[in-house]
Design a binder for this molecule. Structure first.
Ligand code: ZN
Length: 57
């Protein structure tokens, strides 16, 4: 299981996501970013940052 805490990318955000695969997790994060952080874009650079914060559980 892969998990991510949005607060590691966006200080103060308490959103957490978990998924079976990294692709699924990135999709969940993208959706969250779109709705919760309108100023943030999932650029390739951002995706790299997100991937660096993914934890294995
Ligand atoms: Zn967030």
């Amino acid at each position: 299981m892969k998990t991510i805490t949005c607060g590691e990318l966006v200080p103060g955000c308490t959103y957490k996501a978990r998924a079976e695969t990294e692709a699924e997790l990135l999709q969940k994060v993208s959706e969250h970013v779109r709705t919760a952080h309108p100023g943030m874009e999932m650029t390739p650079k951002m995706v790299e940052k997100v991937k660096a914060k993914v934890h294995e559980e």
